[in-house]
Ligand binder design. Structure first.
Ligand SMILES: C[S@@+](CC[C@H](N)C(=O)[O-])C[C@H]1O[C@@H](n2cnc3c(N)ncnc32)[C@H](O)[C@@H]1O
Length: 511
């Protein structure tokens, strides 16, 4: 398989593993006591890492709309890549084509570790959509093939984003690409019907009030006529090349599903059947999913001014969320901008009473004043008089990136709340969230697969795994994994009770 090489690739290949794990600081919750919808202010490289303990393998739909690298964009990344050359390099403003020969290398260095983390967060049935234009689409396709697997590529969706012709170039660029990959193509292929259009109920206008529901009339002529080998016969006095054999036609007629109008025959196609079939497949050409202007106009409606330059149309995001999620899916957008993705999730939930959750990450300071503010207005309703739009049910919690869990990459950071450390340790052991309901001693983290996990940690004291500690254990398990600063138990005691000692912080696995 061809792979892409660029300057700095060797430095970023495993960089996602070196990114320090930070906790997320809850700032406020809007419209509820608690909410699983999240808006995180911070660089997504760090935020995605912070999401791993709770969300690895759990995200069904990722949509991202990263900077397209047009040459106009000012970047503020240095990405904490340890190599000083890359640090300096990524920190600089990216120049236009021809001015900055390493422009594409820099963009790839920025994207690669983020895509690696996104890949980890995707569930086994999950999919990712990435908006891009010609500046980077070819490069992006190759690194996605590398990260997601060439086999998991689904489509380059062509999204018509503008209608007006620009005379500035040789051809007017009127579309964006949305790269579409699966985490595992087999799982997505197996449920491919879900990605089809939902049959439009308004097309089914007829009803015989016989309990079979609404229907529309569709032709029974065989497509392609004689050339396609359709059977030719006379039925109800009409002769033609038909879609079905004479026996099937007779059966349909006896069920009352063939209708004769003057010299033509049609079939009743019921809405219930259309729902069962899941509607028609979408093509890869999306010229009806809203335009850049629609996106901008919506921002103006919500804020009364153009507060954000490059919002995506809501229609595009609603389609993506609708086709790729189930009613309890989690949707992630780590280049959130004005928060179109959150609005789409809330709207689709309202349409089908779903419980989808969203997670947005935005690094700029407008994460609160634009991204979160838009979501608040969508929930509360916005606009006046004939432009008033009703609110939709929803809530979210707003976070800032918090402290790193480890100081100097070695010791536990004492400023991090103990609960966060316990959560992290238990997740690294079991890939499960902490079990908070416990009647055992306060150091029990939880029990999983008949193994009990203890984290004997005190901020200002050295803890010792000894007989006294053992006597406080009430949980019955086949194996005990106990973290502490020291262990003085004899080997035979450890073997008798099946205890594994893990030293703090040395044996805490790093993400
Ligand atoms: C093209 S805009 C996304 C627009 C969005 N789809 C919408 O409909 O409003 C890209 C956004 O990603 C943000 N961004 C860029 N790099 C980021 C990073 N490393 N972490 C988090 N956000 C980032 C930018 O600040 C910008 O708001």
């Amino acid at each position: 398989m061809p792979t892409l090489e660029w300057i700095g690739k060797d430095k970023v290949l495993n960089h996602h593993q070196e990114v320090p794990f930070r906790i997320l600081d809850k700032k406020y919750t809007f419209n509820a006591e608690n909410s699983e919808n999240m808006i995180i202010h911070g660089d997504n490289l760090l935020a995605l890492k912070s999401l791993l303990p709770q969300y690895e393998g759990r995200i069904d739909c990722i949509y991202i709309d990263p900077p397209y690298n047009t040459g106009n964009e000012k970047w503020v990344y240095n990405d904490n890549v340890n190599d000083p050359r890359i640090k300096k390099w990524l920190g600089e403003v990216v120049g236009a084509e021809g001015e900055d020969l390493s422009r594409h290398d820099k963009w790839l260095c920025m994207m690669y570790p983020r895509l690696k983390l996104l890949h980890k967060l995707l569930s086994e049935k999950g999919v990712i959509f990435i908006s891009i234009d010609d500046n980077e689409q070819a490069n992006l396709k190759l690194i996605c093939d590398e990260i997601f697997g060439v086999r998991n590529f689904i489509a380059n969706i062509c999204h018509k984003s503008r209608s007006s012709i620009s005379n500035d170039l040789i051809l007017s660029p009127n579309h964006n690409i949305v790269l579409f990959y699966a985490k595992n193509i087999d799982n997505v292929f197996a449920r491919r019907r879900q990605f089809r259009m939902v049959a439009d109920e308004t097309e089914f206008k007829l009803d015989d009030n016989d309990g079979k529901g609404k229907y529309k009339l569709v032709p029974v002529d065989g497509p392609g006529g004689a050339a396609k080998g359709n059977p030719y016969y006379e039925f109800l006095g009409v002769t033609g090349y038909w879609r079905y054999s004479k026996d099937t036609m007779q059966e349909l007629y006896e069920k009352g599903e063939i209708v004769k109008r003057k010299t033509s025959l049609s079939r009743k196609y019921y809405y219930s059947k259309a729902i069962e079939k899941g509607g028609k497949s979408y093509s890869t050409w999306w010229d009806d999913a809203g335009s850049a202007t629609n996106g901008t106009n919506l921002i103006k409606d919500i804020f009364n001014e153009k507060t954000f330059d490059t919002p995506k149309p809501l229609d595009l995001l609603e389609r993506i969320v609708k086709i790729s999620t189930q009613s309890n899916s989690i949707v992630l957008d780590s280049f959130a901008g004005s928060g179109t993705t959150a609005q789409a999730v809330l709207n689709i939930n309202k349409q089908d009473n779903g419980k989808r959750k969203f997670i947005l990450v935005e690094m700029m300071d407008y994460a609160d004043t634009i991204t979160a503010e838009r979501v608040k207005r969508v929930i509360n309703g916005y606009g006046k008089d004939d432009k008033a739009v009703a609110g939709v049910p929803g809530d979210f919690t707003y976070y800032e990136l918090g402290q790193p869990l480890f100081k100097d990459d070695k010791n536990l950071n004492e400023e991090v709340p103990e609960e966060e450390i316990r959560n992290y340790v238990y997740y690294m052991e079991t890939k499960k969230p902490l079990d908070t309901e416990t009647t055992d001693n306060p150091y029990l983290l939880g029990k999983n697969n008949d193994t009990a996990y203890y984290f004997y940690y005190k901020k200002d004291e050295i803890t010792t795994l000894n007989h006294e500690f053992l006597s406080t254990i009430n949980t019955k398990a086949t194996e005990y994994i106990i973290y502490a600063d020291k262990c003085v138990l004899a080997q035979e005691v450890m073997e008798k009770f099946n205890i594994v000692f893990k030293k703090i912080p040395r044996d805490i696995t790093r993400l």
